[in-house]
Design a protein around this ligand. Sequence first.
Ligand SMILES: C[S@@+](CC[C@H](N)C(=O)[O-])C[C@H]1O[C@@H](n2cnc3c(N)ncnc32)[C@H](O)[C@@H]1O
Length: 174
Amino acid sequence: MLIDAVKGIKAEKALEIGCGCGLISLVLSRNCTEVFAIDICKQACVNTLENLKSNNVNRIIHIVNGDLTTAFRKGSRFDLIASNPPYLPVENSVEEDVSWAAGENNSLSKRLLEEVFPHLSENGIMLLVQSSLSDLSSLKRFVEEKGFTIEEVSIKEFFFEKIIVFKISKPSLV
Ligand SMILES: C[S@@+](CC[C@H](N)C(=O)[O-])C[C@H]1O[C@@H](n2cnc3c(N)ncnc32)[C@H](O)[C@@H]1O
């Protein structure tokens, strides 16, 4: 779903938070001049590097082993930010949980958004994957209270949950 959402978008500077194996960053590299791929897990960064190398990427890609956006200076701006973060509303108890556990009240996604907002360029957009198993009304309220708009780009329904890709951006002035 995230690939479909990002693949048609051209941007100068793109950022993927939680790059895992690097697939989304690889797709971003097709239409974006410079891509930053971040993951808190070192092995994920190594996998991303291997996958980008074996797919002959010829754009500038920076792979960063770090926590959300903490590696960036205050003034860094991105035109496109994509993330399929850990989004299940459970606590992170063992190391492997880092890939799917977002904290009981989806605290990771809120922290992610709080960090991302100052890094979005004027017309920048964020594409974010979430699950209906977490409190999405609270997430939407949180985004709107920060002065951003949030809309659903795509939804897939499974018998136990819905997976949604949200587009988050600054409201247009027109
Ligand atoms: C659900 S996986 C997504 C992987 C890949 N982007 C994809 O879409 O298949 C979430 C990724 O976020 C990473 N992650 C979790 N917490 C993070 C944090 N605080 N900062 C950066 N990355 C994080 C995990 O290590 C994992 O690779």
